[in-house]
Design a protein around this ligand. Sequence first.
Ligand code: DPP
Ligand code: ZN
Length: 856
Amino acid sequence: PTTIYLQDYKPFGWIIDDVHLTFRLHPTATRVISRIRFRPDYDVTDRPFFLHGEDLKHISAKVDGHDIELRHVDGGIEADVPHAPFNWEAEVEINPEANTALEGLYRSNSMYCTQCEAEGFRKITWYPDRPDVMAQFTVRIESTAEHTPVMLSNGNGLFYQQDQTQPGAPNVSIYQDPWPKPAYLFALVAGDLVAHEDRFATMSGKDVSLAIWVRPGDEHKCAFGMEALKKSMKWDEDVYGREYDLDEFNIVAVDDFNMGAMENKGLNIFNSSCVLASPETSTDGNFERIEAIIAHEYFHNWTGNRITCRDWFQLCLKEGLTVYRDQQFTADMRSAPVARISNVLALRARQFPEDQGPLSHPVRPESFQEINNFYTATVYEKGAEVIGMLKTLVGDANYSKALDLYFERHDGDAATIEDWLQVFEDATGRDLGQFKRWYSQSGTPKVTVSEAWSEDGTLTLTFRQETAPTPGQEQKEPQVIPVNVGLLNPNGDEVMETRTLELTEAEQSFSFSGHSARPVPSILRGFSAPVILEQNMDNARRAFLLAHDTDPFNRWEAGRMLSRDALMSAIIDGAAINSDYLDGLKAVLRDDTLDPAYRALMLGQPTQSELAGLLHQAGHTPDPSRIHTASEAMRDAKATALADLLPTLYHDNQVSGTFSPEAEPAGKRALANAALALISRGDGGTLAAEQYDQADNMTQQLAALSCLLDAGTGAQQLAAFENQWSQDRLVMDKWFSLQIIHANPEDVVETTRRLTHHMDFDWKNPNRFRAVMGALQMHHAGFHHEGGDAYELLADWLIRLDPVNPQTTARMCTAFQTWRRYDAPRQEMISAQLDRIAAQEGLSGDASEMISRIRG
Ligand code: DPP
Ligand code: ZN
């Protein structure tokens, strides 16, 4: 495998004016004819003519109408071409049916579809498959009418012909995309699809036709996605001044898809799990996620498509910014504090372990073997945090000014992080030299704070920042860390509103004077930087902040720290769950002025894998079984301490009438169902069984079933659920996952194994594979159960999947990234499995890069 380095970037040397593609679709022998106008880029002196290509059956190639000899080299072809403008014409044959890797053009349930990001276009035809080559595409699709009545590509539909007079006569459709784009944004879809249609009038009065295309039978699952799309279009106009730029916007739902969704210009392709929604089949969590992903892909139209990336090292340029934008959107559509807490929970669950383990890499990596392996929580979620910090540092008005300049200056460009930061420097006059370290330095900074009070009324906060070494980076430099701080007086009133302290040095102090009594600081409000904050605070102080903090994030965080510390003591010393936490929690839950969704989050507790990470950081070897026991003890303690309150929370938050996925009723359901989970620990599942029987939506049904499985009394409902939903693939994914998630640790492997023998365990479908194997690795105590059977089972399946779908295999290898946290026997067992995977003949480049990085 070859390693590619950022510092080796070279421009292509040729400019493409336009690309004409003709597809003659056939399940096993699709012909692709490309006609491309190339001209030399005279700014570049060294212009070897190299085109990417993989798994292509070459038919012919011509330059200016004459056959040309191609030299087949690693990953593509070279040819001797004139150093002057010329017309290229080539024909290749590809096999969509055999394409189980789901990159390039493939068939899924007799539907043709494409996935070209990052490097899939090279599996379609010879082409400079790199994001800095942007061109206008015209696409002609031909196929027989009975199989593919609908044929779509990027841009605007120009022509469509369906010949029904002669059996077997071809359909033709032609699309033209007026906006130059890199090949990774190319898309084609053809199949028997039906549309849920609507229209949108843009801010300048242009009429856009919108469609969500699905397989017949899924029409009733499109309405919510369509509303989300229209809200996204409006929001991007209102908040960023960005208008849509084509006559049509199409979304297609596909069952077999490696990612969540893909922002192809004018033709977004979605994993059906990320767009199809109905009250009967989708939970509130599904609705919220779908809304965010539709927004995310739509927002890419400007941040990603109109302004794209120069090379794949710049991936965070589009992903970090677009995640940041979709997070802002969710905060505006729903509750901002709840959205912020949810984002931080996700960051801590996915990005922190990555950044603190062998896969740690900078937000902008400097080398890779397989770019697919860098679609990570670091690039996406930490990338978004970096933008949030930038906004905090420059302020809202300057952020808007910088973004306007970014769109104005770089529209049509393939840009870099340097371009992005330059725009901020030019718009604000601020030097971002040190801030740039957020893009190049990996690892999670640890910020330690200490307090000093002097009787003249001054509180001094001293901060120290430190980042542990990460693979390839021994030395770390201080970063610019915006720390939002507020002060409360001993009565709980805010005496200093939130202000931003800028940490730039390894150690730094800030003083706040003029206080008559010692104030209580609330530090890192809103989680203003993606760091680990170490603050020596006793339970009384945490309980005070839980009761009084005016910053909703830090108020929640105070409760979180109390429950975390209680869990840690239970794990380390076998201590009982302390009452400070339970009393504080009770007070918050009783407070009806607080949003139910927020109170539902308050009832949560750190996950077992988060606890394992914290123990490891604190110098302990995590014992998965002890962690599990303590977590269950915490739930029991809450169930007991809140026994009087839980029925009220449950009954007061029932929602009646027609189901609505809006934030308010969803929040009530979240709180009622969190209460139900605790009630079920005491009543053997009676109330949950009642709810299950009465449920008329998936949120209520699934929550009840989860409680029943936890109580060990859900066998009958589980069977009924399967019976009811056996025809719905997305619901059946839940059915598969649920049984593993709620199994006892000692039963997890057996349950998983049994499910892999189920006739609906279609392991080549990424959603189904993840539903089962993802659940296995997420069950902390089950996955790490003594004996290591789960490690072996997962490795067996990774070995089996790799030749079929390397990308999904490589992604799932991350289950092993935390292996060095555990005791010697577990490390040995995992290491043996890593060796076994690595030793597979023909192991994909994707998986082999991941395994070797994880091994370290
Ligand atoms: N489809 C992926 C995303 O939107 C990759 N661009 O993040
Ligand atoms: Zn994205």
